[in-house]
Design a protein around this ligand. Structure first.
Ligand code: ZN
Length: 128
């Protein structure tokens, strides 16, 4: 679907830009997907084993991409990128002190309603 492709290429470009700007280009490539069914979940990042390393997949809700403001989408992407950075450095994903420190550095609010499981981190709630 062309509209999805547009969203996905925008996310990829933003990921490249933020990677250079905020993460010293340390982050590996991230694949992107759109989930049209999510209503309360905004975004999620998963890590999958890939050639003795990891491959990252960030999924965004169609509702956020369609109706969210540019800044709410950027905040959401940065949130998931912090999880990628955490995982690359320590193979963990959480909303602990390190996450909060990085979120403050990037001037985004740590999302209180986000959940983290062993294999993925997911942000829920309405875009603010
Ligand atoms: Zn999170």
């Amino acid at each position: 679907m062309p509209i999805y492709r547009l969203y996905l290429s925008r996310l990829k470009k933003l990921h490249d830009r933020f990677n250079g700007k905020h993460f010293g280009n340390e982050l590996g490539a991230c694949l992107f997907a759109v989930n049209p069914k999510w209503t309360s979940t905004q975004a999620e990042i998963e890590f999958l084993p890939h050639k003795r390393s990891w491959r990252y997949l960030a999924t965004f809700s169609l509702a956020l991409l369609k109706e969210g403001t540019a800044s709410s989408i950027r905040r959401c992407l940065l949130h998931e990128m912090i999880h990628q950075w955490q995982h690359q450095n320590s193979e963990s994903m959480d909303h602990g002190a390190e996450f909060n420190r990085k979120a403050r550095e990037l001037r985004i609010e740590p999302s209180a309603s986000a959940t983290v499981s062993k294999k993925s981190a997911r942000s829920q709630g309405t875009p603010r």
